[in-house]
Design a binder for this molecule. Structure first.
Ligand code: HEM
Length: 159
């Protein structure tokens, strides 16, 4: 995967715009603390809204644009809980313990799907017609299923 930086950038950009968990699991402040100038009292239940963070114009340039290139050459912005502007797996002791497996599965599936097939939208449909609306829930899913046409791009004996 280290040699497929654009695939990695697509996944980061997707997780910024469409995080699987819009709201991270509730966390409880064990002690009084101050985060970014905000006092958080002991016992406060804290909700992290990754959806809003990914669309914050004070953090992201043109946040509504889907632009994987924003992550190229910026290896310092990662999804592993150290860059607080992008927390699709949470952060700290309660962050997702399956993040490495999850990332590898998404990266290899996407790379294989793009390597093995040409993808296009159904006839007459333009990319801008594609609804990217979501349904809020424990995990965020598309409001309207994606319909795409695939055709093999490799010799048939390889499938
Ligand atoms: C792309 C795939 C995945 C995403 C986006 C994801 C996302 C998350 C998020 C956002 C949390 C909450 C973190 C927090 O509140 O700080 C979480 C927790 C958790 N995830 Fe994942 N996850 C993924 C895959 C997996 C996989 C593959 C496993 C197991 C094999 C897994 C197991 C868990 C467990 C056990 C927790 C609870 C951790 C705790 O509360 O201490 N996840 N995940």
């Amino acid at each position: 995967m280290a040699r497929l930086p654009y695939i990695e950038a697509i996944i980061k950009e997707t997780m910024r715009r469409h995080p699987v968990a819009v709201m991270l699991a509730p966390h409880l402040a064990m002690e009084h603390c101050n985060v970014g100038g905000y006092d958080i009292c002991k016992g406060t239940r804290v909700f992290i809204n990754t959806w809003s963070m990914g669309r914050d114009p004070s953090v992201w340039d043109s946040p509504e644009d889907f632009r994987p290139e924003r992550f190229l050459g910026k290896a310092n912005i990662d999804v592993k809980g150290q860059n607080f502007e992008l927390l699709p797996f949470g952060s700290g002791r309660r962050m997702c313990p399956g993040y490495s497996l999850g990332l590898k599965m998404i990266q290899s599936s996407l790379a294989n799907m793009l390597h093995g097939f040409n993808w296009k939208l159904p006839e007459n449909m333009k990319p801008q017609d594609l609804s990217m609306d979501e349904v809020y829930g424990l995990a965020t899913i598309r409001k309207f299923p994606l319909v795409a046409i695939t055709e093999p791009r490799l010799p048939l004996h390889l499938y």
